[in-house]
Design a protein around this ligand. Structure first.
Ligand SMILES: [Zn+2]
Length: 409
């Protein structure tokens, strides 16, 4: 935890249900211990998120001086525990006592009238927000955001930062279209109130296809950072295509892991599927031309070979491997996903592969224990031939153009 963040927290207080003050002692590195007597308690603190001369950044904030994107729960909460492990426990099972609810109150800087609080928590009163079941899953953003509800998109809210410059007039519609397309292909397990935050990208992020992008999902909130590279023209059609594919991918992460949790050894599945669904939704919504599907698959396969593919090996094992081979894994995941879909379609089907897979995953998932590789291996073997799963998921055979249905190279 950067000490700069700790220095911005003041007036820490804790109260019991009767409103009596509880004793607080400092603990460890910028930590606090609350003497709660094992009872429910409430936490109150003041968080200064104004930029300063020497420390212009805050944890998970944009580095622009006039904008803050803050994940309050992620930052401040851990320091009220001796280590961060309680954050992964259900709220009422945390060792420091039962924190049933949490409320946050914002005082917006008066001199910045255009600022909004954008949050996945719900409004409880003027300036009060109650967090959802788990503080770490509640997202708060504070800054010059315009918040729109995407028409027909099941209550989807899109919060666009004032400086967002990728198709600003269309981006809410693009996002809504992609979400609707996903929902038609794969009905979500639980209907909620999704939120997408669109923010310009802080420096030091990688570059991909003329767009610099980064996305993260917290519960039902998708946070997207993106910047157009200056040399790419504002109206360049490739920008909308790349954005739609990227957004489609990120939006699909609201399904996995929000609807179905999987273990880390299945990151090939969630990433490969997200890549597959992102491209599918971009085509279905007309933001990416359908023509050239085979050419695109060919390109993906070539790229896969170029960056060191054409090796067999278990996808679950590769998912546990090191970060540097992530790109290869995602690409291979997408190719294997397309192969599985192709196998599924060898027989006449009423149902799409993605829909059948989602139903099977949702039926196997109990809402608690993340699905692991053996469970998913069984599900896939039930959908397509077990031999196919052994070959391409367990890695007994390399991916070939013939297996992918590509004409001779
Ligand atoms: Zn992803």
């Amino acid at each position: 935890m950067p000490s700069a963040a700790a220095d911005r927290i003041a007036d820490v207080a804790a109260f019991n249900d009767e409103g009596e003050r509880l004793t607080i002692s400092e603990f460890g590195h910028h930590g606090f211990r609350i003497d709660n007597g094992g009872e429910r308690w409430q936490l109150s603190y003041r968080l200064n998120i104004r930029p300063t001369e020497d420390v212009p950044t805050f944890y998970r904030t944009s580095v622009r001086g006039d904008d803050y994107l803050v994940l309050v729960g992620s930052d401040a909460w851990p320091r009220f525990y001796e280590d961060s492990s309680p954050l992964t426990d259900p709220v009422d099972m945390r060792p420091a006592g039962r924190v049933a609810t949490a409320r946050a109150r914002f005082q917006l800087p008066g001199e910045r009238e255009e600022w909004r609080v954008v949050t996945s928590a719900w409004d409880e009163g003027d300036g009060f927000h109650a967090m959802r079941s788990h503080p770490i899953a509640s997202v708060f953003a504070l800054g010059p955001f315009a918040v729109e509800t995407a028409p027909g998109a099941h209550g989807l809210r899109v919060a666009r930062h004032r400086d967002w410059d990728i198709r600003p007039d269309e981006i809410t519609r693009i996002t809504g279209d992609l979400l609707i397309s996903h929902r038609e292909a794969v009905p979500p397990a639980a209907g909620g109130r999704p939120l997408v935050l669109l923010s310009p990208l802080p420096p030091n992020h990688g570059v991909r296809g003329g767009l610099r992008t980064a996305g993260m999902v917290r519960n039902e909130t998708l946070i997207v950072y993106a910047d157009r590279q200056p040399e790419v023209m504002r109206g360049h059609p490739g920008i909308a295509e790349a954005m739609a594919v990227f957004l489609g991918h990120e939006l699909f992460h609201l399904w996995v892991p929000s609807g179905v949790q999987v273990t880390r050894e299945l990151s090939w599945l969630s990433e490969g599927w997200a890549m597959h669904m992102g491209r599918r939704a971009a085509i279905a919504t007309g933001w990416l031309a359908e023509a050239g599907g085979e050419r695109r698959l060919n390109q993906s396969y070539r790229r896969y070979l170029d960056i060191g593919g054409y090796r067999a090996g278990s996808l679950p094992e590769a998912s546990l491997g090191d970060e540097r081979s992530r790109n290869l894994l995602y690409l291979r995941g997408e190719l294997v996903f397309q192969l599985l879909e192709r196998e599924w379609l060898r027989q006449p089907r009423e149902q799409s592969f993605e829909n059948a897979l989602w139903e099977a995953l949702a039926a196997a998932y109990d809402g608690q224990e993340p699905l692991d590789a053996p469970a998913v291996r069984q599900i896939l073997a039930d959908l397509v031939e077990p031999t196919i799963v052994r070959r391409y998921v367990e890695g007994q055979a390399p991916l070939t153009p013939a297996a992918l249905g590509l004409a001779g190279r």
